[in-house]
Design a protein around this ligand. Structure first.
Ligand SMILES: CC(=O)N[C@H]1[C@@H](OP(=O)(O)OP(=O)(O)OC[C@H]2O[C@@H](n3ccc(=O)[nH]c3=O)[C@H](O)[C@@H]2O)O[C@H](CO)[C@@H](O)[C@@H]1O
Length: 357
């Protein structure tokens, strides 16, 4: 008798932070037949590798309060549950893996209503509302940071850390950096999650001349939507809307200035890159501050609230750190304890255990 491969539906949508961990997991499940579930016009249409079929549904989150728009969202939710049920049945899937967010709701309900196992991965230190609500319905909830488990008392949680793209596991990858930065120059990398951070970009442009004078190079990943992205020109300044070879860049960096999305933070810790963290102030329930707190608790990062941070403070803190390479190195070392580099393998093992039990 020929064994038929296990079929797994991945429900991951929206931002790099939701997509990259799922892509990293899939690379560790080569024996599985995988299809994707996402939303039209989001990042998955660009990032989901060609080998996985992308199915899309239209789904959105509830607004605060309850009104006509919530009724409409509820109506759409019911429609999407029915669509996912049909997909799961017709595709003979044996289980669902999700990274939370809006897409997780209909996916978990549809899978459970068909008696199929569900594994949810929650990357953030403060689990999202969808995870808190649906976590107990799942066979396992893998958490990116240990502290998240305390917010999910009724779920079967397991600490796996958050999978990073395979490029991050290659310790020699810094050598492949294809940007013109002299070997001895201190390098500051600035990035604001997968979308960029206009407010951080603005602060950094104000501080940059003083940092250039101190000899630093800056690689500034601005995101696609900063209207002033090209306003600064300097031989020590490289500005790009998005960059793919992040592992090489973060391993080479002496300091990162970043938002504190779970994906970015996990990558910084895997690379041992010290950081200044400026949580996105409008993130749901301020969860980026909870993420950043994991790093400040072990002295791996400095945390600044955007509303309190002036260009002068940022400028001086960076100059101080550039003069203290030992402190920077120690912060980088400290960051390594909050993640597990073999997370994708651990998560793949968990998926196999749950689905094949
Ligand atoms: C605004 C918001 O709510 N953001 C959330 C979103 O983050 P979002 O996806 O924006 O941010 P993350 O920090 O999790 O991930 C960003 C990813 O984009 C990559 N990257 C970025 C820039 C670039 O030029 N090239 C590149 O590859 C980073 O290396 C990283 O892998 O999902 C995360 C995971 O649930 C949450 O923790 C974040 O709070």
């Amino acid at each position: 008798m020929v064994d038929t491969p296990t079929r797994l539906l991945i429900a991951a949508s929206g931002t790099g932070g939701h997509l990259f961990p799922a892509i990293a997991l899939c690379e560790k499940l080569p024996e599985y037949q995988i299809e994707w579930l996402g939303v039209p016009n989001r990042l998955e249409t660009q990032l989901v590798p060609k080998q996985y079929k992308l199915n899309t549904i239209s789904v959105e989150g509830f607004q605060k309060g309850f009104g006509i728009s919530s009724l409409f969202t509820l109506w759409k939710l019911i429609g999407s549950i029915l669509e996912v049920r049909k997909l799961l049945k017709q595709g003979n899937f044996q289980g669902v893996f999700t990274t939370g967010g809006y897409i997780a709701g209909p996916s978990v309900i549809a899978a459970r209503s068909l008696g199929l196992p569900v594994i949810l991965h929650e990357a953030n230190a403060l689990p999202g509302k969808v995870t808190r609500f649906f976590g107990p319905w799942c066979d396992a909830v893998a958490v990116g940071f240990n502290v998240a488990a305390k917010y999910l008392p009724k779920a079967k949680t397991i600490y796996t850390s958050t999978p990073v793209r395979s490029q991050f596991l290659d310790e020699g990858i810094a050598a492949t950096l294809d940007l013109p930065i002299p070997a001895e120059a201190p390098l500051i990398v600035v990035f604001g999650g997968s979308q960029g951070a206009v407010a951080v970009n603005k602060l950094v442009r104000q501080c940059a001349p003083a940092w250039f004078e101190a000899g630093a190079y800056i690689v500034h990943l601005t995101g696609e939507s900063d209207p002033d992205a090209n306003s600064l020109q300097h031989p020590q300044y490289i500005c790009l809307p998005f960059y793919d070879n992040m592992a090489a860049l973060l391993r080479r960096a002496n300091l990162a200035i970043s938002r504190s999305g779970a994906g970015s933070l996990t990558e910084l810790a895997v690379c041992g890159t010290p950081s200044i963290l400026i949580p996105y102030p409008f993130a749901a329930e301020d969860h980026q501050t909870y993420n950043a707190n994991v790093f400040t608790a072990v002295n791996a990062a400095l945390l600044f609230k955007q509303s309190d941070l002036t260009a002068e403070t940022l400028l001086q803190e960076v100059l101080r750190l550039l003069k203290s390479p030992d402190e920077l190195r120690q912060m980088g070392e400290n960051s390594k304890v909050v993640v597990l580099p073999d997370s994708a393998e651990k998560l793949a093992q968990l998926v196999r255990e749950v689905i094949e039990k």
